[in-house]
Design a protein around this ligand. Structure first.
Ligand code: PEP
Length: 249
């Protein structure tokens, strides 16, 4: 039985006081939830205060990115060790916004994934096709490439520690959600490919999240699919009420 994960990607939203207000509300509304991982991913600036605020709560902390080098002259970057030190357990890697606007490639996804694992963080590795790739019937080919290259050369042990998020780019922040059947088809494909890469046992335990306009009113039907093990939530994670409803799908 795979433990579900509901993760909120706050992107570049929330000041410190707004971050604290959101997690204080989530702590109250989610305190009785114990059968799933609830992860909040604030901007780097808010990680330390949120880490303090969620100590002894059911909430876990994630970051939105990291650099693969341990330390060095890399102005503006943050290392895996720093994230672990501040209290992160998870880190999002290869989000489509980073691929689209900040030059993220499968190769840098691979470097970041290995760095996260080496520091004991759980990487949430994002894959997903654009609208034009879907319309050209290339969705599976794109996702297979992102997995093969982004997850290259992990040990079987490491492969058991990662989480994959399927985020069709056309569904992110657009209000368009993949239908549960569309999402399930891709999730099943991801599990099959993962099995070919890292074996049936790693694939059976792999948690695959769906992301793309997940809301309180569509989460239940998505989570009812056999290969959907959780959600990566953007917009709806910024409101405590909505995120709590998604958590309690
Ligand atoms: C995301 O940022 O990962 C995401 C899925 O955003 P949204 O839920 O707003 O579509």
């Amino acid at each position: 039985m795979r433990r579900p994960i509901i993760a909120g990607n706050w992107k570049m939203y929330k000041t410190l006081s707004e971050s604290l207000e959101l997690v204080e509300n989530l702590k109250l509304s989610c305190s009785s939830v114990s059968d799933r991982d609830i992860v909040v991913c604030p901007p780097f600036m808010a990680l330390a205060v949120v880490a303090q605020a969620i100590k002894k709560s059911v909430l876990k902390l994630g970051a939105q990115n990291l650099h693969w080098e341990k330390e060095g002259a890399f102005t503006g970057e943050v290392s895996a060790k720093m994230l672990a030190d501040v209290g992160c357990a998870f880190v999002i890697i290869g989000h489509s916004e980073r691929r689209q606007y900040f030059g993220e490639t499968d190769d840098t996804v691979n470097k970041r994934t290995k760095a996260a694992l080496a520091a004991g963080l759980t990487p949430i590795v994002c894959v997903g096709e654009t609208l034009s790739e879907r319309e050209a019937n290339r969705a599976f080919e794109v996702i297979e490439r992102q997995m093969k290259n982004g997850l290259a050369n992990l040990s079987v042990e490491e492969s058991q520690k990662i989480v994959i998020a399927y985020e069709p780019v056309w569904a992110i922040g657009t209000g368009k959600t993949a239908s549960p059947e569309q999402a399930e088809e891709v999730h099943r494909f991801i599990r099959e490919k993962f099995s070919a890469l890292y074996g049936a046992s790693a694939a059976a335990g792999l948690r695959i999240l769906y992301g793309g306009s997940v809301k309180p009113d569509n989460v239940k039907s998505l989570m009812a699919q056999g290969d959907i093990d959780g959600a990566l939530v953007g917009g709806a994670s910024l409101k405590a009420d909505d995120f709590a409803k998604i958590v309690k799908y």
